[in-house]
Design a binder for this molecule. Structure first.
Ligand code: SF4
Length: 395
């Protein structure tokens, strides 16, 4: 059924290339994740990257805590190309990262740096204000540390993520702004301005926090500040350290989906304290629920009530198992006709309970088959989809 598309006006951003994937512009929202294997264990890292790429991670991040592990990225890249295919890789660089970032930029497609740790200074719990000369001195030190990385990225067409974390703001920004979204935004802007001064604009920005409100406010503020400064860099969204299980998924969705629905965000990562492969279905389901990317059948189902004359959860599970791969279709399973046709307006096909334990099948709003015994319902639904030529075999 062709319904008018309801879309969110998306913030206009530049497209930044990361290997064979683009973040921003009119490109679909990119799904990414990070491996948990140690980088120096090349066979294990390669195996996990392949598994995650196959499961839908379009960009995969790998940690590079030291120079030796940065060099391992050369092997990992080569091994991926030999055994599988080129996968867009991001190297995660934190403390005093200049040498590591310069080395790893030879092999990967994007380098992530954390402004709070990149020019690492020991925290002294300082409380007195920074003088103008101290600020300038620190910004000069940052520029000195960042310039070789900018050059290395420019040389190979490698992108950079300026990835600010709420939990690791620099001492200076903590004193100047406190532990706030403003401090996070300023931290990113300082780095962006340096990159721009050296004519480097292949930048993606992230502002992550484990508290949803902080993450949402920081990204909204970043969008405003970038607009004021004429910047159009794409944003990477995520709620960091979200934990595990259902609540981690809800927290991540609350932060990421809120912003996506405002047109903010060009790539997402759901951070779970679980096997990272579990992050990927959550990302794709967020995007599908918002109508931003479709990777499976869209189901509409009523919660059932006293009017329902069949075991709706069981039937829904059967319908999902049989038709979940039909990414182009919307299928409704409704307990009765009371809300059926109205709620099913979006559906291509409907499975609706009727009196006497029988069911009817609908194509759009039209009832095309009635009086079907319940145990034959799923089979008849498949037959109808096949007769309409809209069936494809599961992969
Ligand atoms: Fe109940 Fe019918 Fe509404 Fe389902 S559609 S919840 S069965 S009234």
């Amino acid at each position: 059924m062709n319904l008018p598309e309801v879309s969110y006006p998306r913030r206009k951003t530049r497209a930044v290339r990361v290997g064979n994937v683009y973040i921003g512009g009119d490109h679909p929202i990119v799904v990414q994740s990070m491996i948990t294997e140690e980088t120096h264990n090349v066979p294990a890292a390669v195996a996990q990257i392949i598994a995650m790429h196959k499961a839908g991670a379009e960009i995969v991040r790998v940690t590079t805590p030291n120079l030796a592990e940065a060099k391992c990225l050369a092997e990992i890249k080569a091994e991926l190309k030999r055994r599988y295919q080129d996968v867009p890789l991001v190297a995660d660089v934190h403390h005093q990262g200049t040498d590591i970032a310069v080395e790893v930029a030879k092999y990967v497609d994007k380098v992530r740096i954390n402004p709070g740790l990149f020019v690492f200074r020991k925290r002294v719990q300082r409380t007195e204000e920074y003088s103008q000369s101290e600020i300038e001195e620190e910004l000069e030190a940052i520029e000195k540390a960042l310039l070789p990385v900018i050059r290395a990225c420019k040389e190979r067409g490698v992108a950079m993520r300026i990835g600010v974390n709420h939990g690791s703001l620099s001492e200076r920004l903590m004193v100047m702004y406190g532990d706030t979204p403003e401090g996070m935004v300023e931290s990113a802007l300082e780095y962006i301005r340096i990159c721009e001064r050296h004519d480097f604009r292949d930048i993606v920005v992230s502002l992550k926090a484990s508290r949803v409100q902080v993450m949402v406010q920081a990204n909204r503020l970043m969008v405003r500040r970038m607009a004021e400064e004429g910047m159009d860099y794409p944003l990477h969204l995520g709620v960091t350290e979200a934990g595990d299980g259902q609540y981690a998924r809800i927290k991540s969705t609350a932060g990421i989906a809120t912003l996506l629905a405002e047109g903010i965000g060009d790539t997402i990562r759901v951070s779970l304290a679980e096997d990272p492969i579990n992050e990927l279905p959550v990302c794709y389901e967020i995007l599908q629920a918002l109508g931003l990317r479709r990777t499976k059948t869209e189901f509409i189902a009523c919660p059932s009530c006293g009017r329902t004359k069949f075991d709706l959860p069981t039937v829904l599970a059967q319908v999902k198992a049989a038709t979940g791969h039909l990414a182009g279709l919307n299928i409704a399973v409704m307990g009765c006709i009371v809300n059926g046709p109205g709620e099913m307006a979006d559906a291509d096909y409907g499975y609706v309970g009727k009196a006497g334990g029988k069911i009817s099948l609908y194509r759009g709003r039209e009832e095309v088959k009635s009086g079907i015994p319940q145990e034959k319902g799923v089979e008849e639904l498949i037959a109808l989809i096949k007769a309409d030529g809209r069936w494809v075999d599961p992969p």
